[in-house]
Design a protein around this ligand. Structure first.
Ligand SMILES: Nc1ncnc2c1ncn2[C@@H]1O[C@H](COP(=O)(O)OP(=O)(O)OP(=O)(O)O)[C@@H](O)[C@H]1O
Ligand SMILES: [Mg+2]
Length: 363
């Protein structure tokens, strides 16, 4: 049987690195986990080379895997140190990475990503957003940063990108580096290497949530994201029409495929209903009613939010001031509720990393 990376991490949480009085998972010492049938391998990164504690930590890891997962698993542990690999892992300060995806284009991923990021930040969380839509970046426009150019600093001889800060969140888009028309002709490998840079060659610092606005559909970018980055979960957006829902199901299936297995945090229905400003109590279900709610029930996922069609959402997006910045607007409440549900689901996933009941959940 093959275990997931999070199961391995959870099993290793009971291994303590005594000099820092914390477990090796919290200390981000476990890297590069690979699992296959009957085998687990990973690298332990000690603060300095030839750390004497490895004589205690390595056998303790083997014991924890045998006890919490399977005592017949082959366990391969490589040992290295931070000074040898040149500092910390790039995303080590980022607690949760949330992908925003959809099967169909134009359903509101970018709009929802931007407003979700701002609503998350309103809770006091540290938030960043990556516009991973290499072929049609829209985050620069939505944040009024069309001419934005991030600064680059040198660190250990390497160029490191500093995200642009606006409205209290850190923002990065491929649109800051290339003319969108040029990006359109990029081939797969160029696009994926650009995406990797947005994650790995960037000083994200400490973040509670990094929201990733994905391109539509399921392509190279999605695969790169799930393979290269420790994604906490994805939220799938759909509009209520049957066509969009069918594509949302395809996107869900892709993320749940064997070997990918990224948790689905839930579904977000965008353009759920229309409420005319002069009739605030009326809801017109232009594209059908409760399509995402029904799909969530059918697929045993959570409905994270229902966002109405509001002219102000589009206007505010086009003007570079996402609607949630306006506290008075009724639709802001819908985004705040969405953010609260996303936080809830992320917290559930972080606890659920327990592989079996045998493992104690730390208090
Ligand atoms: N709830 C809404 N009410 C009104 N307009 C909306 C709403 N959601 C999105 N829009 C508008 O619909 C258009 C498409 O939205 P957006 O760019 O966010 O979609 P997308 O899924 O990111 O598209 P793409 O697949 O091209 O990346 C934009 O003009 C946006 O302002
Ligand atoms: Mg978009």
């Amino acid at each position: 049987m093959s275990y997931s990376k999070s199961e391995v991490l959870f099993a290793l949480k009971e291994v303590i690195y005594f000099p820092k009085n914390d477990n090796i998972v919290n200390l981000n010492m476990v890297r590069d986990i690979k699992t296959e049938d009957n085998k687990v391998s990973f690298t332990l990164v000690f603060p300095t080379a030839k750390d004497k504690n490895s004589a205690i930590v390595i056998p303790a890891c083997r014991k924890a895997i045998a006890k919490n997962l399977d005592d017949k698993l082959e366990v391969e542990i490589k040992e290295t140190s931070e000074d040898l690999i040149g500092g910390k892992e790039p995303l080590s300060g980022v607690k949760n990475i949330i992908g925003v995806a959809s099967g169909k284009g134009g359903v509101g991923k970018s709009t929802v990503s931007a407003n979700l990021a701002l609503s998350l930040a309103k809770t006091g969380a540290k938030v960043g957003i990556i516009d991973a839509d290499i072929y049609g970046p829209s985050v620069p426009l939505m944040f009024g940063l069309v001419d934005g150019r991030p600064e680059i600093k040198k660190e250990n001889g390497k160029d490191v990108i500093i995200p642009i800060k606006k409205h209290g969140i850190k923002i990065l888009s491929i649109g800051f580096f290339v003319d969108p028309e040029q990006a359109l002709i990029w081939r797969g490998p160029m696009a994926t290497s650009a995406l990797k840079q947005l994650f790995n060659d960037t000083d994200w610092g400490e973040l509670d949530y990094l929201v990733v606005d994905l391109p539509p559909g399921t392509g190279d970018i999605h695969l790169t994201l799930v393979q290269e980055v420790p994604v906490t979960g994805v939220a799938i957006i759909s509009t209520p029409q049957e066509m969009a829902l069918a594509d949302a199901r395809k996107a869900m299936a892709m993320f749940q495929q064997n070997k990918i297995e990224v948790p689905i945090l839930g579904l977000i229905e965008n353009m759920s209903y229309f409420t005319p400003p002069e009739l605030p109590d009326k809801k017109y279900y232009l594209f059908g009613k409760e399509g995402c709610r029904k799909l969530a029930e059918k697929t045993n996922t959570t409905l994270l939010g229902e966002i109405p069609i509001v002219e102000k959402i589009r206007e505010a997006g086009d003007e570079g001031t996402p609607v949630t910045l306006d506290k008075e607007n009724a639709v802001t409440k819908a985004f705040d509720e969405l953010a609260a549900n996303v936080i809830k689901q992320v917290n559930i996933r972080n606890v659920e990393k327990a592989p079996t009941q045998k493992v104690k959940i730390e208090k």
